[in-house]
Design a protein. Structure first.
Lengths: 568, 35
């Protein structure tokens, strides 16, 4: 551990905290004022953008919108031979990989069984994947705003209009910030070109092909939208994606900027900034502890280093430009958010260092989480915490003046447990059948970790990977001889689709249910939900659900590995 | 067997599975109305 490492982490927390109220206020203004973009949405989507929508109508619009983009992306992937901007003459990826990839990018997961530079044309990267980086992020934010309206409504039924919300998110939030962000990245040395790959002659006398492409524009939205899918196979460890410590710091900030800002948007829209800060505090507390654990764990030598007689920090799989501090921070940021971008190899983390990213995802991606999805996921846990507190003190649970009754508690229970159930079921199936074992690279607890990490990451829409697990084989490094591992591709694709849309629909149902409730004034018996006590209760609720669900799996994988000196 | 499905029939399977997945989500909305 170094002073510089801790200083980077402290500076990051300070900058994120300082920008949160500014972003929160801007987002609130975007969604609570009408202007030219509202009229533009009507011109684009017609009557569908005029009417106020119930939660059912809003949810159906999300599904239709996403299903159409799934089909479009699948078509783009399967027709690569027809594309312009295909400098290396790549063929189309196989059907099963295309299914997995389409599901991945439509659900804001960006799980990648492929290497971008050896599989995707520039056209696919731009018109397929980058477009989805914008669209899937906009869907998540729009749904979060709709759910907030449900919490804030006074005896109403409407959650707003999905088409207007998604248009506003794209035109007033994601696009303008991404233009500025991409230009900043270009100024720092990231590439942005449609030129061919180039060949250089190395000092050793050989030739090396350098992959290039329109990277900077994809890189910024990949982080801002918590998407995470890299242009290159090694993601943000590639100097063309992440050129120096400044870009590393700014990209990390951009991952958490919107998820953090939305907590204050929530506070402002429900008329209680303190409530927004309480949610932010719960998220930030867990994030800081998680980051510190990774940093401490990675600062010690691993069993493999002991065996080799080496001392010092675990630099395996890490870039010397970033060191232990910024690599640990990245591993934590990318997994508390459902981003999944990496600047170091997750598979090379120590046992305990690797347990933290996995545990971060197992909280359901509600510690900041994905853009939008993190907040509406956390609000389900807030209601669960209110309900549990009500049981403990013998009061009718209420939140923001609205009574939490049987219907909301049932929906919350389904919303918080659906994804963990998917993770465990998909992991168990993949580990039990021979088709699943084809994807595992390592043996022992490391192989177990690869498998459960894969389905935890996909079902929670994160997208980061313990590198060994695969669903795609490229013997010659191109699509011509490649084939997908169908079982892993389909199971992962379905985990991503249901992991995204089941909680999303349930959150909208909760928002719709709350929208119709009357607000009762706060009385002397009302339990405060904007106090440090409630923050502790909320953290405890989130961790308890994750621990009760996943502790056995964590012990069989990363913790088991961390408690032994054996090499895996 | 799963790994032997060629691209043509595989595309049909992809579309069918995706349609079925989204259809189930529409069913979920209907079911939640009754909760």
């Amino acid at each position: 551990m170094t002073v510089a490492g801790w200083a980077t982490i402290v500076a990051f927390v300070a900058v994120l905290t300082a920008t949160t109220p500014l972003i929160g206020a801007y987002l609130e203004r975007v969604y609570t004022t009408e202007g030219r973009v509202d009229r533009l949405a009507v011109r684009i989507f017609g009557q569908a953008a005029r009417r106020e929508q119930s939660w059912q109508s809003y949810a159906r619009s999300v599904l239709v919108f996403s299903a159409l983009f799934f089909g479009l992306l699948y078509l783009i992937l399967r027709t690569q031979t027809l594309h312009p901007w295909n400098p290396t003459g790549l063929g189309s990826p196989p059907w099963d990989l295309s299914f997995n990839t389409a599901a991945s990018f439509v659900t804001n997961t960006n799980w990648q069984y492929y290497g971008g530079e050896t599989t995707m044309t520039y056209f696919t990267q731009m018109a397929g994947l980058t477009v989805q980086n914008f669209v899937s992020a906009a869907v998540g934010i729009a749904v979060a705003i709709a759910v907030i309206r449900g919490f804030a409504a006074h005896s109403g039924r409407s959650l707003g209009n999905f088409y207007v919300d998604v248009t506003k998110t794209l035109l007033l939030v994601l696009l303008p910030v991404s233009v500025i962000g991409a230009l900043f990245l270009v100024s720092q040395g990231l590439i942005q070109t449609l030129g061919d790959y180039t060949t250089v002659h190395t000092l050793a006398g050989g030739d090396q092909v350098i992959a290039r492409g329109p990277v900077a524009s994809q890189e910024w939205i990949k982080e801002l939208g918590t998407n995470g899918g890299g242009f290159f196979n090694v993601n943000a460890a590639h100097p063309y994606e992440n050129s120096n410590t400044l870009t590393n710091f700014v990209l990390l900030w951009s991952i958490l900027a919107i998820p953090a800002g939305l907590t204050l948007t929530f506070g402002r829209m429900v008329g209680s900034k303190g409530q927004g800060w309480a949610v932010f505090a719960a998220m930030m507390t867990v994030f800081v502890v998680a980051t510190a654990i990774v940093y401490v764990a990675e600062s010690d030598p691993t069993p493999a280093m002991h065996a080799a007689g080496l001392t010092g920090s675990n630099m395996e799989g890490k870039d010397v430009r970033f060191g232990i501090g910024s690599s640990s921070l990245f591993a934590s940021v990318t997994t508390v958010a459902s981003c999944g971008a990496v600047n170091a190899s997750m598979e090379s983390l120590s046992g305990f260092g690797g347990a933290v990213p996995m545990a971060n995802m197992m909280t359901g991606e509600v510690i900041f989480g994905g853009v939008g999805s993190g907040l509406y996921g956390m609000l389900l846990f807030v209601l669960l915490a209110v309900f549990l507190a009500g049981l403990m003190v013998g009061r009718t649970p209420e939140f923001l003046g609205k009574k939490i009754e049987a219907r909301e508690v049932k929906l919350v229970a389904l919303g918080t447990l659906a994804v963990p159930l998917m993770v465990l079921a998909a992991s168990a199936l993949a580990l039990a059948v021979k088709y699943g074992s084809q994807s595992i690279f390592d043996s022992g607890p490391q192989g177990f970790s690869e498998s459960i990490y894969a389905y935890t990451s996909q079902a929670n829409n994160n997208g980061s990977a313990f590198a060994g697990y695969t669903g795609y084989v490229q013997p010659d490094g191109n699509n011509a001889t490649a084939y997908g591992l169908t079982f892993a591709d389909l199971l992962g694709g379905l985990a991503m689709l249901f992991g995204r849309f089941v909680p999303l629909v349930l959150a909208l149902a909760v928002g719709g249910s709350l929208a119709g409730k009357r607000v009762t004034p706060r009385g002397p018996g009302t339990m405060r939900t904007d106090t440090p006590t409630f923050v502790v209760l909320l953290i405890g609720t989130v961790l308890l659900v994750a621990l009760l669900t996943f502790v056995p799996a964590l012990f069989l994988g990363p913790i088991g590995q961390g408690l032994t000196d054996r090499l895996f | 067997m799963l790994a032997e499905i060629p691209d043509g029939p595989g595309d049909v399977w992809s579309i069918l599975i995706a349609v079925a997945a989204f259809a189930l989500l529409f069913v979920l909305i209907r079911l939640l109305e009754r909760v």
